[in-house]
Design a protein around this ligand. Structure first.
Ligand code: IPE
Ligand code: IPE
Ligand code: MG
Length: 274
């Protein structure tokens, strides 16, 4: 994050000295209401391949550019006082892509993590990786373990990177672990409620996302956070992920602030006739 984030040019305000920057809402655009921001934003970063194809470039160049969009978005969310950002980087189905693209992505994850860790530490980001990490290359697993441990005590934005993540695999894993505990006599089936179930998910300890943003216009979940997104507000934008910028994030947050969340109830005041 260090270099690119430090030079990221806010349109509204001059970029502060990173050492003097405090996380919080002080850089929030005036149009946004700090009291009605989503506490947790989930992100399906889609459209890298189409971004590259549109420029006559190989798909992987889209992934490289996508990293810049992620750094930009993380910095903005941190500056604007959003507590948690959870981004979909690689799905359990993405292994089905050509081997060359998968290898490029794994190498890219390693390079970026290596290069950005110091910046993440400086910005007090707490990074975690959600998914079946055991299937990732050993070098990447080591970097992930190191980054997770070194930022675990940080009090800034919580940044979750879903890597080899699949919602169905996550649910099956949770069901299996609960079944094992029941079989061993450690758990009473009657004690399995939503809270207990959620505690077996990769996202244990996180609040559910309030807002899901998906780029590139696709209107599907693609196996992302199937349990956790039950009541998230959905914002789908045609912007391709590498082009996602401050204006696009602001649009998503304004859209979120225009929603009425009901969680199955009714709008307060809607019982009275006037
Ligand atoms: C999203 O962009 C990045 C990953 C899934 C890793 P895509 O690579 O899916 O880009 P499109 O959808 O083919 O344009
Ligand atoms: C979802 O995008 C996965 C990530 C963004 C990592 P995909 O491009 O893999 O999803 P589909 O195949 O279009 O549904
Ligand atoms: Mg895609």
């Amino acid at each position: 994050m260090s270099r690119a984030l430090a030079t990221h040019n806010h349109m509204q305000t001059p970029v502060p000295d990173p050492a003097a920057r405090q996380p919080g809402t002080q850089w929030l655009p005036a149009e946004l209401d700090s009291a009605r921001l989503p506490a947790h934003v989930a992100l399906i970063m889609d459209g890298n391949g189409r971004w590259a194809r549109g420029r006559g470039l190989p798909r992987v160049m889209g992934h490289r550019q996508g990293v810049e969009a992620l750094k930009r978005t993380l910095r903005l969310c941190s500056d604007w006082g959003i507590g948690t950002l959870t981004a979909y980087a690689f799905s359990t189905e993405n292994w089905n892509r050509p081997g060359e693209e998968v290898s490029f992505l794994m190498a890219l994850f390693e390079r970026v993590l290596e290069r950005e860790l110091q910046g993440l530490e400086r910005e007090r980001v707490r990074i975690r990786f959600l998914g079946d990490l055991s299937a990732l290359p050993a070098g990447l697993q080591r970097l992930i373990a190191d980054a997770t441990a070194r930022t675990a005590g940080n009090t800034g934005i919580r940044f979750n990177v879903c890597t080899n993540y699949g919602g169905r695999a996550e649910l099956v894993g949770a069901a299996r672990r609960l079944a094992e505990q029941v079989a061993s006599g450690a758990l009473d089936p009657a004690a399995i409620d939503e809270r207990r179930f959620a505690s077996e998910l990769h996202t244990a300890g996180e609040n559910d996302p309030d807002l899901l943003i998906r780029t590139s216009g696709e209107q599907r979940l693609s196996n992302f956070l199937l349990w956790q997104l039950a009541y998230a507000e959905l914002h789908i934008t045609d912007v391709l992920w590498p082009d996602f910028d401050e204006a696009a994030l602001k649009t998503a947050l304004l859209d979120y602030q225009s929603r009425q969340r009901r969680f199955g109830g009714i709008q307060p005041g809607s019982l009275s006739p006037d």
